[in-house]
Design a binder for this molecule. Sequence first.
Ligand SMILES: Nc1ncnc2c1ncn2[C@@H]1O[C@H](COP(=O)(O)OP(=O)(O)O)[C@@H](O)[C@H]1O
Ligand SMILES: [Mg+2]
Length: 1088
Amino acid sequence: MQGHKAQGAQGQLDMEGALTARDRVGIQDFVLLDTHTSETAFLGNLKKRFSEDLIYTYIGTLLVSVNPYKELDIYSKKQMDIYMGVNFFELPPHIYALADNAYHTMMAEANNHFILISGESGAGKTEASKKILQYYAVSCPSTTLLDSVRDRMLVSNPVLEAFGNAKTLKNDNSSRFGKYMDIQFDIQGDAVGGHILSYLLEKSRVVHQNHGERNFHIFYQLVEGGEEDLLHQLGLESNCQHYSYLVQDECANVTSINDKNDWKTVRNALSVIDFDESDIQHLFGIIASVLHLGNVQFEADSKGYATLNKNTELRWVSTLLGINVQVLQEGLTYRKIEAKTDEVLSPFTVDHAIYARNALAKAIYGRTFTWLVNKINDSMENKEPSRKTVIGLLDIYGFEVFYVNSFEQFCINYCNEKLQQLFIQLTLKSEQEEYEAEGIGWEPVQFFNNKIICDLVEEKHRGIISVLDEECLRPGEATDFTFLEKLEEKMGSHPHFITHKLSDKKIRKTLDRGDFRLLHYAGEVTYCVVGKVSHGLRLNGGITLLLNVPTCPTSRFHCHSHMSLLTHHSFSHVVVCVIPGFIDKNNDMLYRNIKDVMRQSKNAIVRECFASTESDSRRRPETVASQFKSSLLGLTDILMSKEPWYVRCLKSNESKQPGRFDDVLVRHQVKYLGLMEHLRVRRAGFAYRRRYELFLQRYKPLCPATWPHWRGVAAEGVEVLVQHLGYLPDEYKMGRTKIFIRHPRTLFATEDAFEVCKHKLASRIQAQYKGYRQKGEFRRQKEAATKIETCWRGVQARKEKERRQWAVKVIKKFIKGYMTRGEAKTTDNSEYLAFVRQNYLNRLKDNLPKTVLDKISWLTPPPVLTEASAILRQLHMRVMVTRYVRGITAQQKAQLQLKGITSVIFKDKKDSYPQSVSQPFVDTRISEQDINMKVLQMIRHERIKYSVPVVKYDRNGFKPRPRQLILTQTAAYVVDEAKIKQKVQYTTLKGVSVSTLSDSIIIFHIASEDVKQKGDLVIQCDHLFEVLTKLSVVANKQSAINVVQGSISFQIQAGKEGIVDFSSGQESMVYKDKNGHLMVVSTRTKAR
Ligand SMILES: Nc1ncnc2c1ncn2[C@@H]1O[C@H](COP(=O)(O)OP(=O)(O)O)[C@@H](O)[C@H]1O
Ligand SMILES: [Mg+2]
């Protein structure tokens, strides 16, 4: 629901915003109406808008409002927000736009303003003023302190409405007083205070209401809504039918009015506006006393004078007002006449008494109302002396025409004439001033000026008011009829004045003898000048039969004859109703003695109300009409000094029906409110005007020279623009600050072009914007990338720098370490040395000698590690040896042991030894099969240990002979086939000799004493080291083996010696030398 409503409001904005919708919703400013002189076109536009619930339309800055008689969703907080601070013409017309514009102009120009709300009764003036007040309450800045002022301003409304409004035929809540309220703003724009001026309360309503109308709301509210206690205290009963002031109209209850609820609102409001309990008590005491007063019945005594005996109503009045009953009774039945020296008490007739009673009721009520306004003013008053600006709100009774119109209507309609006059003056004035300010020639406008009617009413000595006053004040019997005669005398020829006597036959039919008719600017109104006394018969069920009797021309209160006729009648209840005429109402007479009585009241409000009055002055008080006239003059002065804003309220129909638009009724109002005239004035020369800046701002897309920017003076831009648009010279004028356009169609053409252009523009702007966004996005991304890159590069560079710095340091240290590497460990070289050490050890690890035999490939250590290297080398060797040793077999071990023996014997002694080391030894070189059987049989028992083929050299002649050498446990045998050639007992073996060279000659030295025995043995064996090692082991002859330097001698036989010489040569050979020696040549070995 809420959403729907909001949508509706938005919809309205859209609808109005688009000029293409012009046909449907009409135009929102009448100055743009092409046929501006046509009333029909004007009404057509109003009606079109009204049917779309667009109740507001502008005529320039004037707001026309048509009463919709239904709640519209256009007064929400949201709507207020929309209108706050927005240019007047940018949004659909609204009362908020006007209020906001007035407020902002006031703030900007620091001057005073007023909003004149006019329109006939029931057109929506009071509602409009409330809307404005609410708008200010919400939109103005605020503090808690100010909030209370604001609250008071807001709640003062229901209180004043309760006491000052009533149901009339025109309006269920008709304001029966004029109200002008100043809202005061401080420099910040806060609403800081308020002040109310009230105008002419329609007091006669207290005692008399027309058929179908009611008394003031407060009476019904109190009777219907008042708490039981309170009513009891006031002597009231909760039934309006009991009070004759409330039932004359027979419509105490109205459906649109909820008196009980309103009572609560009022009660609540009273406490907000500083009313204390005694004030409230006194106030309601007064209301109740008025009701009681209305019920006071007089009886006629034998002479026809009014009497009041044991009247309970009177007692209540006396109690509530705190006045002695007797005194009160006297005041109501006698009049004090002051003759030259003494006072005479003159008794009233019943009619006269009723008149006096009513006069008292009206006086009490009227003065209390004034007191109330003052009281409210006190509570809203801002006592700060600081400078303030004000916005005045004038909600004054609208033009009224009833079936019977009396003095009140005369005053009200006079007031409306005055306001219309003011309006004409101000509008024309401001229009003229604007033309002047803009330097544009003024073109005079034809319009109806109602000054002639104002003069008719108010002119000194000649106006109706003057005549009336004269008649009231002159000595002698003045009556309503004499007044009418005087009028006819003076105004007889005035075109706006007519009476029964002055009129022609046709018109005469529509006029009574006691009437006069004025042709107001708003229409004709017939005023009934004479008073009436109505004698009615109250039947059961509250129906009153009325018999209207005009008061006699000669005396107002001599009609008791009719009365007495009725009082003696058998009807249950007689009502006497005295309706005063112009003279009485203007005099508003309250006899002095009753005023004196009131001054004795114990009710503080009553006492206050009557204390200040013209107590002893003998001068007659100012008449009501004069008072009213001067207060209107005062009001005119107040308004003239301020800037005006206008709200014109129209009634859409007489029956208060929603959605009904009564053409005739509206047409009439449009006419008399002078809306056509106003429009004519506004349109006199030019329909439309706008400040250059604003005009250019809106329409600049229509011309390439002004789009998108005009760099020069706005006025020149506008000139260029309108030239481009093809405005003709008489279609527009250039003022000082504004362009003036004569015809709306020119503007509409421009506006339509703008509408078309807007769409194109929108897509272009969209495209541009998209491009712009895209570019922006791209640029942003690029910037971001660059930024990241820069940052990253920075980071990299810083890292690189750090690394370099670190490297420099390391290198420096390295170099320094290198330079001082030989020195003892210092901080400078410690790292370098550690590096060297680590480096060396790492390298060493990969380059260790692989075998035990490798004695050379050990890495040369740096100086710092010499010692460690040596230790490591040893350790490594030991590890390798251990590993090797662990890895060898028993056979290898035996072999090694043998080789060890060989080494002991030959190492570094015989040249061929090194080559032999790697030659493994074998068990034997000749297997037993290859040894002759005979030999085997001979020596087997000695156990053969080793056999090897050898070459034996004959001791004489040195002939080489191949032989087998067999070693047994005990002896070595030289065997030739089957023969043992020589047996050498190990015991006889003295020694064994070999040369140092690389030959393979072995010489066995054998001990022999016997010549027969063979001599020493010379043999050559390829396996020299193996043979000799085996021999040394088998025979245990290690020490017997000698490596001999040079030649070796041997015994050929006992006593005969042979010699073997050794040498080295190219080729190894063995031969007998010339000297008889055996010559052994061997090749030189490389190792040596
Ligand atoms: N703007 C409005 N929206 C709805 N109803 C309105 C509006 N203005 C007036 N009315 C109705 O018309 C009635 C009479 O309005 P009111 O302001 O009292 O008239 P005025 O003060 O001109 O005599 C109100 O009680 C209300 O029902
Ligand atoms: Mg009103």
